[in-house]
Design a protein around this ligand. Sequence first.
Ligand code: NAD
Length: 492
Amino acid sequence: MTAYKNFVNNDWVDAKSGETFPVENPATEETFAEVPRSKGEDIELAVRAAQDAFGQWRLTSAGKRRSILRKIAAKSRDHRDEIANLITEECGKPLVEAEDEISVIASNFEYYAELGRDQIGRIVAPTSSRSMSLVKYEPYGVVGCIIPWNFPMALMAWKVAPALAAGNTIVLKPSEITPVSILKWVELTCNNLPAGVLNIVTGYGKEAGTPLVEHPDVPVIAFTGSVATGTHISQLAAKRLKKVSLELGGKDPIIVCGDCDVEVAAKGAAWGGFMNAGQVCTSVERVYVFDSVADSFTEALVEEAKQVNIGHPRDSRTDIGPMASSMQYDKALEKVNLAVEQGARLLTGGCRPKKFDKGYFYAPTVFDGMTSDMELMNEETFSPVVPIQRVKSLQEAIELSNATKYGLGCSIYTKDIELAMTAADDIKAGSFWINNPLSENNAAPFGGMKMSGQGRELGIEGLDEFRESKHILIDYRQEKKDWWFPYGENGD
Ligand code: NAD
């Protein structure tokens, strides 16, 4: 078993208490690593380091910051296999997806390396002649990042790359389920960062996350996780009027229209619903299928679900590995049982496949006969479960899509541009995918409407989360102005 340490001020340190906690491989249920069980005193140390580093880092030229971020991207690619292996070990996703995650983070660092150099402010029209109004974008200071386990590296990069590019320093707390890949990544790729610029502190949410959120010298909290934790963090942060960005849960619908290619739509829904064992915030969590194609689509989706190769995540033939933890597995089981009790028709899946006697493997699951009052159509499952509800029209699909508290993403399958764009206009979601579910673009914003969050990652919007604007007015001439006191002097 490997013992890891916190990364603070470019040094490797234990938790002050000396305590650790275990990290489990969800495919084998074996502990393979231990990491520091950090608390408030460890957060304090990391925030001090980040604050001390901020003075220099904010003044580092954008060109220098660019070259540092590009080196991190290059080294991430160089060490792809080693880091991807650890992602798979702690999170259970297939190696091919873990490797893809490293490509995603490398291109994300490259994108923000360039954007950070290019975008530092603007000049607006002045209100008088011989003067100038500059708008300058400035970093906030120490940014606290708190992230979940389903994309431990990508969700780290979506915060760390823009926050660094904007000139902030960082204290990051990974999920307690997946702390190891990030520590290894820092070791292998970040040795060109000045001390204190990026600090990683492992620990549980209440013990290490809360002190970070409450720390008076951390003006920004960038959080990805559940609606419940995000709401709690937002309330804590409001006491100090902190800036908070929240990337939260979803219940993304996919609308399957009567004119679509049913085979393609079923393959898209299967990939969108089962990828990473359904543990994607933008997973396909509910299907609204037009009556005219409901039977053929359902049959095709069930067939796709049965074809998914569920296996050990290191095996190159594996499509989906285990769920990331026993807690996730138990939640899936509970929600599926409730759906059955409420009258949903289980067409396939719903349990651990018989070939596994351990590991949190859960078979791809499809339900039919759903009605809009059932919990499975309203609450996030975060598991490989796709429930299907039949609809009579696009209008009905739009209304049902908008009927939950979430507003993260939505997909549609149709060749009819009028249907597609009407749904894109009328559905409240931060991302809308036409014939291509769950596709991201570094240059386009990602985030949720309604209870799915506030703020955006990726794109220029993702950089703006980490900088505030300052107006600098320059008057070329030093002279008394007509509009100063005394008001009566020239009016007599
Ligand atoms: P979670 O909210 O339980 O935990 C997320 C992080 O918050 C962890 O690091 C955890 O330690 C920390 N945390 C927990 N309680 C805390 C507290 N009281 N104070 C401070 N920090 C605390 O979520 P999870 O189970 O790790 O992740 C799954 C959720 O994340 C799902 O709802 C999913 O939809 C969401 N998610 C959203 C996005 C997005 O971009 N919108 C992306 C991935 C995951």
